[in-house]
Design a protein around this ligand. Structure first.
Ligand code: ADP
Ligand code: MG
Length: 293
């Protein structure tokens, strides 16, 4: 838990939730707070049976920590290094979705201001979303309504990442699909008062988003579940993953995949599991057993 990404604070909350609720009849958990990269080597004892990863974002969710644990022969929760790395990179994820026939909004990426192709953006049409390619928690994410705003948004994105995505705006309903061991769980819809699901909407208590399990109209639900499962296969996931969608004009478009999504008792995944009668503590148990398969 913890870690060095912009999502450290959320990770500390996920970690605290997991630590508190792990079944003490089965496990003897110890808390490991990661403050710097080398802590993955120095703070985790050699003889642990399992590392439950409550990290989010860079150096946590991106395959690096997973690779170190593979090297140390310590089993850990969630996806392996390659799936983790692919899902962290939005550009790569979208390329894989596109090649697999999974809908995703049109996009380009740039590594410098000079690379911005205004004609391509015009083709997509305004507004567009400008966001860091490997971001998280909506950091430096902007909805840009006209050409004049692009450069500044890209510049801010390049301050936190080496690559910035410019993506077609999808009007519609945001929702998320939890997949456990290849099985698609109930969809959770996310409704925010804000213009989009930004950091404040995600994590503040007063301006929080409304997150609830939804059962969509049958053919739409089938499409969404089908694309979720296609993602599971295409990215060669293990144990669990959360796929975020925007449903626009009846089509579920993949927004991004999260291999280590938020894991407090009130996070999206536990809500989805609860709709199947699985408690938070039971869910943690399943995440561990599926990771050890
Ligand atoms: N193309 C888009 N169309 C509409 N809303 C978007 C788009 N891209 C991002 N958003 C909004 O911004 C939020 C953050 O973007 P996302 O791609 O999920 O990045 P992050 O990794 O920061 O969560 C989303 O939850 C959504 O509300
Ligand atoms: Mg997101």
């Amino acid at each position: 838990m913890g870690g060095i990404s912009s999502e450290r604070e959320i990770s500390l909350k996920s970690g605290a939730g997991v630590f508190e609720s792990l079944d003490r009849e089965k496990y003897e958990p110890i808390k490991v707070v990661i403050d710097e990269k080398t802590d993955i080597i120095t703070k985790i004892p050699d003889d642990v049976d399992f590392a439950f990863l409550a990290l989010h974002g860079k150096f946590g969710e991106d395959g690096c920590v997973q690779s170190v644990l593979e090297t140390r022969d310590i089993p850990y929760s969630g996806c392996g290094p390659l799936s983790s790395a692919m899902c962290m990179d939005k550009n790569i994820s979208k390329k894989i979705c596109k090649a697999s026939g999974i809908p995703t909004a049109d996009w380009i990426t740039v590594k410098s201001i000079e690379e911005i192709d205004y004609d391509r953006i015009e083709e997509m049409g305004y507004p567009v979303f400008v966001k860091p390619n490997s971001g998280g928690s909506s950091v430096a994410t902007f909805m840009i309504k006209e050409k004049a705003g692009i450069e500044d948004a890209v510049r801010q994105g390049l301050e936190v990442d080496t690559e910035v995505m410019i993506e077609q705006y999808l009007p519609g309903e945001e929702c998320t699909s939890f997949i456990l061991d290849g099985e698609v769980f109930p969809t959770v819809s996310i409704k925010s008062e804000q213009e989009f699901f930004d950091f404040e909407a995600k994590y503040s208590s007063d301006n929080g988003a409304v997150e609830e399990v939804v059962y969509l109209e049958e053919s739409l639900q089938n499409k969404l579940n089908g694309y979720s499962r296609m993602c599971w296969d295409a990215f060669n996931c293990r144990a669990y993953v959360r796929v975020d969608f925007i449903i626009s004009n009846g089509v579920p478009y993949v927004l991004e995949l999260n291999t280590l999504p938020g894991l407090t008792a009130t996070s999206l995944i536990p809500r989805s599991a609860a709709a199947r009668g699985i408690s938070y503590s039971q869910l943690l148990d399943k995440l561990i057993s599926c990771s050890l398969k």
